[in-house]
Design a protein around this ligand. Structure first.
Ligand code: FAD
Ligand code: SF4
Ligand code: SF4
Length: 467
């Protein structure tokens, strides 16, 4: 067996697992589908319960991954095929690296291309409340800090392909050969890194063990019609609010409502939006929303001391070290008003959002005219998790989270030999639990590699069935 591991997913789980294995002297192939690593932690402002800056505590790790001699990092990439050799225990994996249209060997990451690109599109990283250029990096601290061109929205690539496919006339009005439009990035790039002929690359790797760390997503607001179905601009989800709070976000950390840029003075947070609701959402508890809602309400009060924050909750689940105290702090020190009950409806009335709900402690209905509503939408698995699991011959659970062979006593081992699991891809969890699991999965891989190393050739022969 080869002493090299594949880690799929470069969020904090994949980063931690990769570093633990690499720092023990084994090679790691880390595959991330986005242009840079960090996952959702890169979107967060500050982390509960310590209120550390998320980027600041993660950056030393992302930088270490970027420079580590034992880590081969493939970003903008996905594993598209896997074969397993049962005899050796090795996996052969085919990785597709999407064309970036930027030669990263030449690019210095100076950012001139992003400055000069005249076109902006909605940014998924900013959860739709901010924009990015067509040539972009996810954040200023991105690792790798090299841009990619979003081909679908790039004027040059689209007009080049239109000309090549004969969808537009091959000559212009003056009879000259038609030329692709824009090209500003290529014109201003000091290192001539823009590569219009780039193609997807296929890379083959052989590894002895695999860690699946593909993380989570949020339940789509479009599936919550009573909360505006994602169509009310000032009803946003928790990650969008993180971007409003983040210094690197679209408002540079100022809490401004998306519709008109005004400071919201009444903010309502709605916990369990889609969680614990088998009919309209998912049946399970998303586990981290109680804590991140308390964090967001505290941070809102720090940014807008004259504002009022309300939290609707079913019950508060704060089962971690210092967590109960943190929620109490939100109420006692920061004056956040907690209302036990469900929100039944949110709708717009002039420039306010009317939030109708029940307070089951006082047995009365409540109506708040809010400026901004933040839905703590359910944590759900990534759309691609099932596909990834199936490539390794695994079946995810009924909610599409990865599932362990023995959930009680061996929660990081999948049913497939040599395939381990870590992070929020197994189910909702906070960063400390994610990192602990990642180190656990890395330890499993190291045990496997060490056991292989310790085998004498004699023992190895004996272990090969049928030989
Ligand atoms: C609003 C909000 C606030 C939060 N605040 C806190 C907080 O203050 N403190 C705290 O402890 N926790 C917080 N969390 C939880 C925290 O985000 C998670 O614990 C953490 O991000 C989980 O890390 P992960 O690596 O498992 O998953 P992710 O962060 O989701 O990373 C997974 C990575 O895998 C990549 N990937 C997915 N599929 C593939 C594929 N097929 N191929 C290649 N790459 C793939 C993704 O692009 C991503 O980079 C918060 C969560 C939310 C929603
Ligand atoms: S201008 Fe050129 S060198 Fe600078 S970041 Fe863009 S592609 Fe890279
Ligand atoms: S060609 Fe124009 S639109 Fe395309 S990335 Fe470069 S500057 Fe942006």
């Amino acid at each position: 067996m080869i002493g090299r591991a594949l880690v799929i997913g470069g969020g904090i789980a994949g980063i931690q697992a990769a570093l633990d294995i690499a720092n023990s002297g084994f090679e790691v192939v880390l595959v991330e589908q986005e242009p840079s690593i960090g996952g959702h932690m890169a979107q967060l402002s500050e982390t509960f319960p310590t209120l550390d800056c998320s980027q600041c505590i993660m950056t030393p790790r992302t930088v270490e991954v970027g420079h580590h001699d034992n880590i081969r990092l493939y970003t903008y990439s996905q594993v598209e095929a896997v074969s397993h050799d049962e005899r050796s225990g090795n996996f052969r994996v085919r990785i597709r690296r999407q064309a970036t249209y930027v030669n990263w060997d030449l690019c210095t990451g100076c950012g001139v291309c992003q400055e000069k690109c005249p076109f902006k599109v909605e940014s998924l990283f900013e959860r739709g409340i901010g924009t990015r250029k067509v040539i972009y990096t996810l954040s200023p601290q991105a690792v790798p800090n090299k841009p990619v061109i979003d081909a679908e929205n790039c004027r040059y690539l689209q007009s080049k392909w239109d000309i090549e496919a004969g969808r537009v006339p091959a000559v212009d009005k003056k009879g000259n050969p038609a030329q692709p439009k824009c090209g500003a990035c290529a014109k201003f790039c000091p290192t001539e890194s823009i590569d219009w002929e780039a193609q997807d690359e296929i890379i083959e790797e052989e590894v002895g063990a695999v860690i699946l760390a593909t993380g989570y997503d949020l339940f789509p607001m479009a599936r919550l019609p009573e909360y505006g179905a994602g169509r009310l601009p000032d009803v946003i989800d928790g990650l969008a609010f993180e971007r409003l709070l983040a210094a690197s976000g679209p408002t540079a950390g100022k809490v401004l409502r998306p519709s008109d840029g005004k400071t919201p003075l009444e903010v309502v947070f709605v916990q369990c939006s889609g969680s614990r609701d088998p009919e309209r959402g998912v049946p399970y508890c998303s586990k981290i929303c109680c804590l991140y809602t308390a964090k967001q309400a505290i941070l809102y009060k720090h940014r807008v001391p004259q504002g009022q924050a309300y939290v609707f909750y079913i019950d508060v689940r704060a089962g971690g070290k210092g967590y109960e105290e943190f929620v109490n702090r939100a109420q006692e020190e920061d004056g956040v008003v907690y209302l036990r009950g469900k929100v039944s409806k949110i709708f717009r009335q002039e420039d306010k959002l009317i939030v109708k709900g029940a307070d089951t402690l006082s047995n009365r209905t409540v109506e708040i005219a809010a400026d901004l509503v933040v839905l703590a939408t359910a944590i759900v698995p990534r759309a691609g998790n099932r596909q990834v699991a199936e490539m390794f011959g695994l079946a995810p659970d009924e909610n599409d989270f990865y599932t362990a062979d023995n959930e009680e006593l061996d929660p990081l081992n999948s049913r497939a030999a040599g395939v381990f699991l870590a992070g929020a891809a197994l189910g909702p969890k906070d960063i400390p639990e994610t990192v602990a699991q990642a180190s656990g999965a890395a330890a499993k891989v190291l045990m496997l590699f060490q056991a292989q190393k310790n085998r004498t050739p004699q023992a190895e022969l004996a272990a090969v069935p049928g030989d």
